[in-house]
Design a protein around this ligand. Structure first.
Ligand SMILES: *[C@@H]1O[C@H](CO)[C@@H](O)[C@H](O)[C@H]1NC(C)=O
Ligand SMILES: *[C@@H]1O[C@H](CO)[C@@H](O)[C@H](O)[C@H]1NC(C)=O
Length: 489
């Protein structure tokens, strides 16, 4: 995420109301325009019409669709890479960003590249503040350089960076996950050759603030809307400090090219992948999970829906809670499994026999959880980035119900073969869940199979790692920007 700490919310005074109103109108206008841009361009997207289009051939820097789609051959050269990353998973169950970093860099190191990660521990309680720590696993080298607050001490990280840069040979390339390497530090990197992967951009954050405002404004006024536009302007001004930009969805690429006005050839799409050996289709594991947690066996009549993650407001739980309460009245065969912890766990439990709140699951239980479902629901009100849970569920052969944000409909749930999309309001979600129930478990199973095939063709950790590998090769040696090469299949 580009920015984690949003300014604190204060209750707005009546004098700021007219301004808030104009801000909302402005936001609405922007998003109508952007939707228009997205959808008019989607028609030509190679992603949705891959069957008719010839396979891509040419310079990879001209590719407008995800690199993951291509099939890159093995590379014998070994790179020395520096990576700046906000935090690294240690101990407690990590967030999506940390899991992504772990999967990617472990995979690159296992291909023989020397990967040096400058970061801090995700589990801040476990580590001595201000103290440098280091460990390595083969070619993966992790340096923790925390400041007194547990965040990354970038000065300290740079001291280590320069030290390692002087050992054997200099780094071939520098990569940062979002702003872990701040833009004003980029010029201190030799040659200034830095690629950044954006896991969420302010434009998308504005989009989510708009939805939150529209959904919650009656009971919880949100007054920080006034600050959103200046932050967008600020972000558009500092983005060009980074040379190469990697987006995790097609829609983010459109925004960086059309609205942030970055040079087209410097903006690339590599979608996040998940470990396809951890998330696998397995009806047996699903049946065991159902039995263990006392889910009724309904001979295909019960529809088991599932939701996972932190059970907080931002993730759209109030929306799903309201929708399930309504849908359970008209469709008593609906059953909801809730994995995760947070304030909304208790509320879900109030819904009685239709809901089972499981608490936080161990990482190895997650695959069983997905397999136990007929359909996975992600009600998030935060359209930034791509939620890994959607991809995990798809790899386990489950169709998804997700909001119709550009990042999702343009890259993941690209058509109804893979599931259902809704607008982030109760009426739309209830209508959608209603069609899920009417479709029934047979149709859901078919869609799930399509999801599995699509996810395995697009979102595996292996494809993500080989896309990044080829990207770094192309950035260090133009010869590798051609596709296909003789090594590619
Ligand atoms: C960051 O690291 C530098 C260099 O090691 C050190 O001098 C400084 O005190 C550290 N700053 C913080 C806030 O920890
Ligand atoms: C499921 O179907 C079988 C045979 O079709 C039947 O014997 C059984 O009672 C059914 N179970 C439920 C819970 O409806």
């Amino acid at each position: 995420m580009a920015f984690k700490n949003h300014s604190s919310r204060t209750v707005s005074t009546s004098s700021s109301l007219p301004f808030r109103f104009t801000t909302i109108i402005t936001l609405l206008l922007i998003f109508y325009t952007s939707y228009y841009i997205f959808f008019s361009q989607l028609d030509h997207s190679p992603l949705t019409s891959s069957a008719e289009n010839p396979p891509f051939a040419g310079d990879l820097r001209d590719l407008t669709s995800p690199w993951n789609k291509l099939s890159f051959g093995p590379i014998s050269q070994k790179l020395k890479l520096a990576v700046f990353c906000k935090s690294w998973p240690v101990g407690s169950i990590p967030g999506g960003m940390e899991r992504h970093a772990y999967t990617l860099y472990t995979s690159l190191a296992s291909r023989g590249h020397e990967v040096h990660v400058f970061t801090v521990s995700y589990d801040r309680s476990n580590h001595h503040k201000n103290q440098e720590e280091y460990y390595n696993k083969g070619d993966l080298h992790i340096y923790f350089a925390p400041n007194e607050n547990g965040g990354l001490n970038i000065s300290h990280a740079f001291e280590i960076f320069h030290r390692i840069n002087g050992v054997d040979r200099p780094f071939d390339y520098v990569h940062t996950e979002s702003v872990a390497l701040p833009h004003w530090r980029v010029k201190m990197v030799p040659k200034g050759d830095v690629a950044v992967t954006w896991h969420g951009i302010w434009y998308e954050i504005m989009h989510s603030k708009l939805f939150e405002e529209l959904y919650y404004s009656n009971d919880h006024p949100i007054s920080d809307l006034d600050h959103t536009m200046p932050r967008l302007v600020d972000e558009i001004r500092f983005f060009p400090a980074y040379k190469q930009h990697i987006c995790i969805s097609n829609s983010a690429r459109e925004v960086l090219v059309n609205i942030y006005q970055l040079p087209k050839r410097n903006v690339h799409v590599i979608v996040n992948g998940v470990d396809q050996t951890k998330f696998v289709y397995s009806p047996e594991t699903g049946a065991r999970f159902r039995a263990k947690h006392g889910v009724p066996v309904g001979n295909g009549t019960v529809i088991v829906m599932g939701v996972s993650g932190r059970l907080v407001r931002d993730k759209g739980h109030p929306l799903l809670y309201e929708a399930i309460a309504l849908i359970a009245k008209t469709h008593p065969q609906v059953y909801l499994l809730v994995a995760g912890s947070g304030p909304w766990g208790k509320r879900y439990a109030e819904l009685g026999e239709h809901v089972r709140v499981l608490g936080s699951l161990e990482p190895e239980e997650l695959s069983g959880f997905y397999n136990a479902l007929d359909v996975f629901v992600n009600p998030t009100l935060r359209p930034q980035g791509l939620d890994l849970t959607i991809i995990e569920a798809m790899q386990c052969g489950k169709p998804v119900v997700a909001p119709n944000y550009p990042s999702i409909v343009g890259t993941v749930v690209v058509d109804e073969r893979f599931g259902y999309t809704f607008s982030p309001n109760v009426r739309s979600l209830v209508e959608t869940l209603d069609s899920v129930v009417r479709d029934g478990s047979r149709v859901l199973e078919m869609k799930g199979k399509a999801c599995k095939d699509y996810a395995l063709s697009m979102f595996t950790a292996t494809q993500m790692a080989s896309a990044y590998e080829r990207f770094f090769m192309c950035m260090t040696n133009e010869r590798f920007c051609r596709y296909p090469l003789h090594i590619d299949s």
